[in-house]
Design a protein around this ligand. Structure first.
Ligand SMILES: [Mg+2]
Length: 344
């Protein structure tokens, strides 16, 4: 099932959010990400190059958090919605027309243009390929399992594609797979489940897999940094009714640098812990391994800084163009506007 189920709307928004885009292969995700990046023309854009001052970073972070609390109370990401809210707050105009479209494209473009490669935890580049090589024959399938803004702006697939981590792992796998087998190997052994709602996708996956193998059982191992996601998985398994007896679920809780130890969650304090065969060979045996992206592969603290900078500098960039201001003046202008907004 490799498909992008909905035609991508050029520069517009997806009006009907119930028509979610499912991307079930990395190749489809790359195609999708490239199309969205092409629409935004970010290669040509050239963003203002400056670091946020301490004061700008504090104010921009507050503004980002304020927006997040309003626009994603249920945790669903929708960056075009943010763009229209920023536009209303900031320029006090209705989010429509050519000027707004130009701003939105700047805003989404700056988000897409973040340094996603630099956000990957450094040790992932060496440990993850080694991990795949070590357990490849034991694991049934490794699946990237990630939630984010897929349908509204395409940021999540673009983020994963631009990080380069999947390509990096594929290249490593191909090196040691016997010649001529790599294509089938990657098809059989790796999966890609990136969606606006990763839980709904998992629910579908369980349903499909259980009915494809009416007698067999499924073992799901989830590597995630959010403890509440394990409870969500348990609820999804519960939903399978009588079939739930055929599902085994084992969590691995990624708590990097926290020094926490919860035995029943198989806590890891570093990605390197996964290389410990005494701990993990049995767990991974014959498992579908779901690997979360944000917080497991990529550092959420870096991502937050990236969002804050992209928010702020897209406003500066637009203010500088629209009001013909020098960069310094545009930065002061944006800072002032944001402060006023937050004080109200
Ligand atoms: Mg996460």
């Amino acid at each position: 099932m490799n498909y992008v189920s909905k035609r991508i709307k050029m520069k517009g928004e997806v009006d009907n959010m119930s028509e979610k885009i499912n991307i079930d292969s990395f190749a489809a995700a790359v195609k999708y990400a490239k199309e969205r990046l092409g629409e935004l023309g970010i290669e040509e854009k050239g963003k203002p190059d400056f670091e946020l001052s301490e004061e700008e970073a504090v104010v921009a972070k507050k503004y980002y958090e304020y927006m997040r609390d309003i626009y994603e109370p249920a945790g669903e990401r929708d960056f075009p919605k943010y763009a229209s809210a920023v536009w209303r707050d900031f320029f006090q105009k209705k989010p429509e027309g050519g000027e707004y479209e130009a701003f939105k494209s700047e805003f989404i473009g700056q988000l897409m243009d973040m340094d996603f490669q630099g956000m990957v935890y450094p040790e992932i580049w060496t440990v993850f390929p080694e991990f795949l090589e070590k357990y490849a024959d034991k694991i049934k399938k490794v699946m990237l399992w990630s939630i984010g803004d897929v349908t509204p702006s395409g940021l999540q697939p673009a983020k994963i594609y631009r990080s380069g981590i999947i390509d990096h792992c594929y290249k490593h796998l191909i090196e040691y797979i016997p010649e001529g087998e790599s294509r089938d190997y990657i098809k059989d052994k790796t999966g890609y489940m990136v969606a606006d709602d990763k839980f709904q996708r998992l629910d579908q996956f369980l349903k499909d897999t259980l009915s494809d193998h009416p007698e067999g059982s499924i073992k799901i191992v989830a590597l995630d940094d959010a403890k509440h996601n394990f409870e969500a998985i348990e609820r999804i398994i519960e939903k399978q009714g009588a079939k739930k007896e055929r599902i085994e679920f084992i969590p691995i809780w990624a708590q990097y640098g926290q020094n926490l130890k919860e035995e029943e969650l198989n806590t890891i304090n570093s990605i390197t812990d996964l290389l410990d065969e005494k701990r993990f060979a049995g767990i991974l045996e014959n498992a579908y391994l779901l690997v979360d992206y944000d917080g497991v592969i990529s550092d959420n603290k870096q991502l937050l800084l990236g969002y804050i900078k992209a928010f702020f500098s897209s406003m500066v960039s637009y203010a500088a163009k629209q009001k013909q201001m020098p960069l310094d003046q545009a930065r002061r202008f944006v800072l002032e506007r944001l402060r006023n907004k937050l004080e109200r």
